[in-house]
Design a protein. Structure first.
Ligand code: AMP
Length: 113
């Protein structure tokens, strides 16, 4: 499949890797929107959150637990951070492989723009 994030997860395209296990790959965003900005992706291809159903609860929970673990590792757990899953056009998704943004080390607005 011609998917940039599948290629990043497999190492075919280089990235600034933060974490990897059998299910997930995490790497720093190439256009950071905050002093700390990394992405967590499942190695399995899902186009968006719309492809996730309750049969994937284990993976989804593992992704959230990994976000918390990596927030601690990158030193943003106490100051705070935002986890974002942009989905389809209105959600602002530009890469059609499910990914969670984790952003920190600055204050974020609510409601989002
Ligand atoms: P989204 O707009 O939610 O789909 O987010 C896609 C994110 O992937 C954007 O923040 C991009 O900056 C980031 N991105 C795209 N290509 C790469 C890459 N090769 N390495 C790291 N991050 C990337």
């Amino acid at each position: 499949m011609n998917c940039i994030f599948c290629k990043i997860a497999s190492g075919e395209i280089p990235s600034k890797k933060l974490f990897e296990d059998e299910l997930l790959f995490a790497f720093y965003d190439i256009q950071p929107q905050a002093p700390v900005h990394f992405l967590i992706i499942p190695k399995q291809h899902f186009s968006s959150l719309n492809d996730i159903s309750k049969e994937h609860s284990g993976l989804a929970g593992h992704l959230l637990a990994t976000a918390a673990e990596l927030a601690k590792k990158t030193g943003i757990d106490q100051s705070g951070y935002r986890v974002v899953l942009n989905t389809n056009d209105d959600g602002g998704q530009s890469v059609p492989h499910l990914h969670a943004h984790v952003l920190g080390k600055r204050k974020f607005l609510w409601p989002p723009g």
